[in-house]
Design a protein around this ligand. Structure first.
Ligand code: ZN
Length: 166
């Protein structure tokens, strides 16, 4: 490899190097580096910096990406678990939704279905939301305050997982 190739041009596209970044033994311009590695660096971050500084920035970005991917994979796993575990509640809430747009049952069903990052309902919902959901659930068995209402409200809390005991 000629010296000019190392210093002067990007190994990917052959363009003159303005913001060179070393990656796995190759040298790229910042744009090609991004293409090849999937890691974003901004020219203004690396402008005039030594390769040592640039390399630690790249290592940092790489670590962030790995953490993000792990978080995402874990979240998908938890989300699938929640969908499975609370399918009865999701479909019940959806059955109450007018389907005309966002209403409380719809929003709560969507929170469970799509946004859940925890299996515990008290992580997913605020205490107030959880309280209303329990009421909504129990109301199908009897008017508020009735024996049937109370026992089904209790049953609701017995059949969900909570981080904090009530
Ligand atoms: Zn290039």
């Amino acid at each position: 490899m000629k010296k000019s190739e190392i210093n002067g041009t990007c190994e990917q596209c052959g363009a003159a190097l303005k913001y060179p970044v070393l990656w796995q033994g190759h040298i790229y311009g910042s744009e090609c580096f991004q293409h090849v590695s999937g890691i974003k660096v901004f020219p203004q971050e690396i402008q005039g910096k030594s390769q040592e500084v640039i390399q630690s920035l790249v290592a940092c970005r790489l670590q962030e990406r790995q953490q993000f991917q792990e978080w995402k994979a874990n979240r998908q796993k938890v989300n699938a678990l929640v969908n499975d575990r609370y399918s009865w509640l999701i479909s019940y809430l959806k059955s109450l939704s007018t389907g005309l747009g966002h209403d409380f049952p719809f929003d709560m069903a969507e929170l469970l279905e799509e946004e859940s990052e925890s299996i515990f309902l008290d992580d997913i919902f605020s205490p107030r939301q959880l309280d209303i959901i329990a009421d909504i659930y129990a109301k199908q068995y009897g008017r508020k305050g009735s024996k049937a209402f109370k026992s089904h409200r209790e049953e609701f809390f017995n059949s969900v997982e909570l981080r904090e005991a009530l």
